[in-house]
Design a protein around this ligand. Structure first.
Ligand code: TYD
Ligand code: MG
Length: 458
């Protein structure tokens, strides 16, 4: 006699399972995240329904095979850079991002680029009707592209279609949260549905050699919705970020089993879809007002690529007992640290001032080497004197006020030279190839030197 399906309560945030409903998830502590889901056992075709005795597998050494995985170059250079040189056949990628950021647009452009090169690409849209996707393709000027399209949310139908069509090179599912397996008695988007759909699709990808691209929704704090287990199941997790008010979009690898995770791809959302940006520094410095006090250009690195951005600061006398500190695009804790070092080590107190710091262009930077540029912007705003417009800054500031070395110093300086900058304020330590950099260099050992050079604070 078949056992009736058991139900359990699954946390929609962490995937933790509880036998009874509770208000607070015992695993992750989130409130109101438990949803009743029926446990229908392992998905059909997984081979786990019958007890199997197992067989011995052949063991290999690490040196057995030295081949690099083959890659499908997509023709979108920025995407290839992030994936580590192209999409690996048989691999699964998950791309997350806020609604309206341009995920569907990017994937449609990707499909068209691959289909144009003779690859067979299938695009399953669960969110839009085929006519809507066609309309978008028309706007993008891709309506004649041989991408195969279907609007479908039923997992079994998708798997059946894929089972018949064994020649696909790339399968796109937009989005994984809209799929539902009829074997499971849970709503689309719940943990068990998302997990079952991802598992079945990944199995198909591994068997057929087709690359799988899944779109994932994100929650309001930027995490990919559903359990972390989805991120563990796929080979690569990409995040598509950007500020709605700005046209720039950044594709970042969060996890990559086939390459590094510190590369970014830069795109610009235009009328005809996403445009690749080959030289992002030019874009981020495009509309700079170099004569205003409080702006410093930071020579940063994103992966192996140098990226110049403007850091803007505004320091104004405060009417509040506790002055305001607001940061956009940088870590608020690092701002507090730089302010404390300026106060304790350089005698520049901003305790009576509101401080605002902004990274221009909607970019988010996480490098500690931005400390010196942020400090320069703060000092310039405090003194009211603009910094020289042809200077760039980088260097990490330690709690003692010493300026520490940064990675890839020569690459940063070469980029600054290319964009017409004449002088760089850099850490005292660290090797620089002066012939390659071709830019004036000022070594700085302590933040105090910068405070003195920027002029007296009124
Ligand atoms: P979309 O790809 O639908 O976002 P997602 O799939 O991440 O939800 O992108 C939608 C936004 O992009 C929409 O607000 C309009 C804008 N857009 C353009 O500016 N130009 C274009 O050519 C296209 C297709 C979209
Ligand atoms: Mg979409």
């Amino acid at each position: 006699m078949a056992r009736p399906a058991r139900s359990s309560f699954v946390c929609q945030s962490c995937g933790g399972v509880s036998q009874r409903w509770v208000g607070k998830c015992p695993s992750c502590g989130e409130w109101n995240t438990l949803v009743e889901e029926t446990d229908a056992g392992p998905p059909p075709g997984s081979g786990l329904t019958k007890a199997s005795r197992g067989r011995a597998v052949t063991l290999e050494t690490l040196a057995t095979r030295g081949e690099a995985p083959p890659r499908i170059e997509t023709g979108l250079v920025e995407l290839d850079r992030v994936t580590g040189g192209g999409i690996v056949p048989g691999s699964a990628l998950l791309i997350g991002g806020e609604p309206g950021i341009g995920k569907s647009t990017l994937l449609l452009q990707l499909c068209a680029a691959l289909a144009g090169g003779g690859r067979r690409t299938l695009y399953f849209s669960g969110e839009e009707a085929a006519a809507q996707v066609r309309l978008r393709a028309e706007r993008l000027g891709l309506s004649t592209s041989p991408v195969l399209l279907a609007s479908e949310t039923n997992l079994s139908n998708i798997l059946a279609t894929l089972g018949e069509d064994r020649r696909a090179d790339l399968v796109v599912i937009d989005s994984i949260q809209t799929l539902w397996a009829d074997a499971l008695d849970a709503a689309p988007g719940t943990v068990s549905q998302v997990r079952a759909a991802t598992g079945s699709l990944i199995r198909y990808a591994k068997q057929s050699g087709a690359a799988l691209l899944l779109v994932g929704h994100v929650t309001k704090d930027g995490q990919i919705a559903g359990p972390k287990v989805i991120e563990h199941m796929v080979d690569t997790v990409l995040s598509f970020e950007g500020d709605r008010g700005h046209p720039f979009r950044i594709l970042r690898a969060v996890k990559n089993r086939f390459g590094a995770t510190d590369e970014i791809g830069v795109f610009e959302m235009a009328q005809q879809g996403l445009r690749q940006v080959a030289n992002p520094s030019e874009l981020f410095l495009g509309d700079r007002d170099a004569s205003a006090p409080g702006a410093a250009v930071f020579a940063g690195m994103e992966g192996t690529r140098p990226l110049l951005v403007e850091i803007q600061a505004l320091v104004a006398p405060s009417a509040l007992g506790t002055p305001r500190r607001a940061v956009v695009g940088w870590d608020a804790n690092r701002l507090s640290m730089v302010l404390a070092v300026l106060d304790a080590r350089c005698g520049v107190s901003l305790a009576q001032h509101d401080v605002y710091l902004n990274v221009a262009g909607g970019l988010k930077i996480s490098e500690p080497a931005a400390d010196l540029a942020a400090a320069a912007a703060l000092l310039s705003s405090r003194s009211g004197a603009a910094l020289p417009s042809d200077h760039v800054y980088f260097g990490e500031i330690s709690l003692s006020g010493a300026v520490r070395g940064a990675s890839h110093m020569t690459a940063r300086l070469k980029e600054a030279h290319k964009l017409g900058f004449k002088r760089a304020i850099v850490p005292a330590a660290g090797e620089i190839d002066l012939d390659a950099a071709r830019i004036g260099i000022e070594r700085m050992a302590h933040l105090k030197d910068l405070a003195e050079a920027t002029g007296p604070c009124q």
